[in-house]
Design a protein around this ligand. Structure first.
Ligand SMILES: CC(C)(COP(=O)(O)OP(=O)(O)OC[C@H]1O[C@@H](n2cnc3c(N)ncnc32)[C@H](O)[C@@H]1OP(=O)(O)O)[C@@H](O)C(=O)NCCC(=O)NCCS
Length: 342
């Protein structure tokens, strides 16, 4: 058996493909110099600790569903499909437009799809592997043919602009995959997915206010409970451990070693996290796609945006293996093994 046969062994499962990929970043740029005017920070501190130089910020009247819809339209165009071809919409987000209805419902309206099931998924920054897993499972059990698995976040709406530790990290963005059980004209084959959650880490990355645990009151607003809270040092350590483990697990599923993977598309949290994983896995750092310098951490969307960037720059060759890998609140982890068809 050759290497390709080994990684294609899906144990009798129906093959799953990505027919189109699209991503969207808002136009407005917030540079480190801009942040210096908001909090006590410096370009030097931010670039040294995170590698981030600038991030994109959505307009006030541009909601998560708008970012998601832009990415979805690009994924549909990439697949040469129309909204009528969409059989279900999944939006992975931690910044839903509203508590309900689902953000996916707003996306359905904005892209002109009709009557297909719509649902949101909460997996922190692991929206891509979680979304691909859910879409694949639905496609395998039918009757769906094409499912939009979108990851979108307007993280700047839950960013505390008085907290210099977190506000320098985040940006807004979206990525969309048209996942399909039809291989004709497909761009990627989805070979394997690994997803997990370690609930011991629910207290290092969370947003306390606004849910059933702490409904909104004047007090919660005054105490800034509706903004993201993070223990940076713990998150840093767990991110390296979690993404390393997810990669090892997805490689085991594919019966391959990490050096057979052409590109890793890690969650774009921090340049130092990416370098540490490369070092930990003894892999060349240039195989870890990095866009964090100009995108910041776009939460669930970041892996998809990085993959789209690689496609648009012509970095992939047919047959290349690409592994998106993520880490996020939950603590979720996930990794996928995809083959670029071209
Ligand atoms: C956030 C992060 C960059 C902070 O780096 P760090 O080396 O852990 O920094 P520390 O928390 O030790 O802070 C070091 C000092 O810088 C200060 N500092 C924090 N934010 C600062 C900022 N934006 N500008 C300048 N100084 C800052 C701290 O107050 C501290 O000062 P002190 O030593 O006088 O107390 C790092 O922990 C990290 O990347 N964590 C992962 C975050 C992440 O990826 N989150 C998203 C996951 S999906």
């Amino acid at each position: 058996m050759n290497e390709n046969e080994l990684i294609s062994d899906r144990r009798g499962k129906k093959p799953i493909f990505v027919r189109g990929l699209g991503s969207y970043l808002p136009e407005r740029i917030l540079s480190n110099a801009d942040l210096e005017k908001i909090v006590a920070t410096s370009d030097e501190w931010i670039t040294t600790r995170t590698g981030i130089r600038e991030r994109r910020i959505a307009e006030e009247n541009q909601y998560t569903s708008d970012l998601a819809a832009e990415a979805a339209k690009k994924a549909l165009a990439d697949a040469q499909c129309g909204p009528e071809d969409v059989d279900a919409i999944i939006v992975a987000t931690v910044t839903a437009d509203m508590a309900f209805p689902s953000t996916a419902a707003f996306v359905q309206k904005k892209i002109g799809a009709r009557n297909c099931p719509c649902m949101d998924l909460e997996a922190g920054c692991s929206g891509v592997p979680y979304g691909l897993e859910l879409a694949s499972a639905l496609l395998r059990q039918g009757p769906y043919r094409n499912i939009l698995a979108i990851s979108a976040d307007k993280l700047t709406t839950i960013t505390d602009w008085q907290d210099r530790l977190t506000c320098v990290l985040f940006g807004d963005g979206a990525a969309a995959f048209l996942v399909s059980c039809e291989g004709v004209g497909a761009k990627w084959e989805v070979l394997h997915i690994y997803i997990a959650n370690d609930s011991d880490g629910t207290d290092i990355l969370y947003l306390p206010g606004g849910g059933s645990h702490m409904p909104a009151t004047e007090e919660t607003v005054k105490n800034r409970m509706h903004f993201l809270k993070m223990n940076g040092k713990e998150v840093f350590k767990e991110a390296i451990k979690g993404m390393g483990l997810a990669l090892e697990n997805v490689c085991a599923l594919g019966n391959i070693t990490p050096d057979q993977i052409r590109f890793f598309a890690p969650h774009q949290a921090n340049k130092r996290i990416l370098s540490a994983i490369a070092e930990h896995m003894n892999l060349p750092p240039e195989r870890f796609l990095s866009i964090v310098e100009w995108s910041g951490n776009t939460s669930s969307a970041s892996l998809g945006i990085a993959m789209d960037h690689a496609v648009h720059h012509g970095w992939l060759r047919p047959g290349d293996l690409v592994a998106p890998v993520s880490f996020g609140a939950g603590l979720t982890t996930g990794a996928c093994l995809l083959r670029w068809i071209g």
